[in-house]
Design a binder for this molecule. Structure first.
Ligand code: ZN
Length: 313
């Protein structure tokens, strides 16, 4: 079972990684916007394809490994459309969650071609998804720090959004840019968690972020993709900052293993990065790395649910 499981990680876990790289490259080139959207019908078959046939064994292992009573919480998922052509609807997301027995997901916009200045359109799409599936979706809004963001920040907080998503690669900013630091301050003041893309194509994470984290210990921060380009430096720098969580979506198996060996399990949370990742393979990758690293059932349950769920209850 173990060798089959590892094979699944190498085939299916790396596939979304490649897609993500391409997506970032496309975004960096600024186009194209017209590539056919990822077909929702085809996507709806993903869970079935990844949990049946030769994949039935690894999926059964995942199901067995999820501790009894754990309501799986996905800390990183997108609803809307991206300039690279990817898309995810509220219905498509909920369908995948139901098929994979995932209870709750944090959702936020993609790098939307309709974002214009303030991201209000894509944020409205996320809010509508949340209104449709209130128990399933925890809505985060997205902003572009280069643009006027104060009004949209206030509008989203007043509306009831539960957090903020920032993407330094897509929106081309550094984490120590004064406008970004101001956003971190506003989020801390509003008691709003912030999920920062800290994965592909990032060059500086720890050095620009650490002064803000030290100055704002109350700021709740989720490092998307575990800060994998500076993983060991990040686990060392942020180990004494309990409000910083490491999120596991579309991270290579060996980096996930290093994460689970070097960071207290209570500081790690599971994510899928749908539509770049998928629930079965990201669950499998996270559980396998955690299992090999020797996590207990209680610690596994925290990674899959409790470590982040407590922020929203
Ligand atoms: Zn993402």
């Amino acid at each position: 079972m173990r060798s089959l499981a590892v094979a699944w990680v190498s085939c299916y876990h790396l596939a979304p990684v490649k897609r993500s790289c391409r997506a970032v490259t496309t975004r960096l080139r600024g186009g194209p916007r017209t590539r056919a959207s990822l077909d929702t019908k085809r996507q709806s078959q993903d869970v079935g394809a990844l949990t049946s046939g030769t994949m039935a064994g690894p999926w059964a292992w995942v199901q067995k490994k999820i501790p009894t009573g754990t309501q799986v919480f996905d800390a990183h998922a997108h609803v809307g459309v991206d300039i690279d052509g990817r898309a995810m609807t509220a219905d498509g997301m909920k369908e995948r969650m139901d098929a994979a027995n995932v209870h709750t997901s944090i959702i936020f916009p993609l790098n939307d071609p309709n974002a214009r200045d303030d991201y209000s359109g894509p944020n409205d799409v996320v809010w509508a998804a949340h209104e449709e599936y209130q128990d399933a979706f925890v809505p985060f809004f997205r902003l572009n720090p280069h643009k006027d963001y104060e009004a949209e920040f206030t509008r989203c907080v007043e509306r009831g959004f539960k957090g903020l998503k920032l993407h330094p690669v897509s929106q081309e900013f550094e984490l120590d840019d004064a406008r970004v630091v101001r956003l971190f301050e506003m989020a801390a003041e509003a008691d709003l968690p912030v999920l920062v893309h800290a994965g592909f194509a990032m060059e500086r994470i720890v050095e620009p972020l650490l002064p803000t984290v030290e100055r704002l210990p109350e700021l709740r921060l989720i490092l998307g993709h575990t800060a994998m380009v500076e993983l060991l430096a990040a686990t060392r720098a942020f180990s004494d900052h309990p409000n910083v969580l490491f999120e596991t979506s579309v991270v290579r198996a060996k980096d996930l293993y290093v994460l689970f060996c070097s960071m207290e399990p209570a500081r790690i949370c599971y994510g899928s990065d749908i539509p770049y990742g998928d629930l079965p393979s990201t669950l499998h990758a996270s559980l396998l790395a955690a299992d090999v690293a020797g996590l207990s059932e209680k610690e596994l349950s925290g990674v899959l649910s409790g470590n982040i769920r407590r922020w929203f209850s």
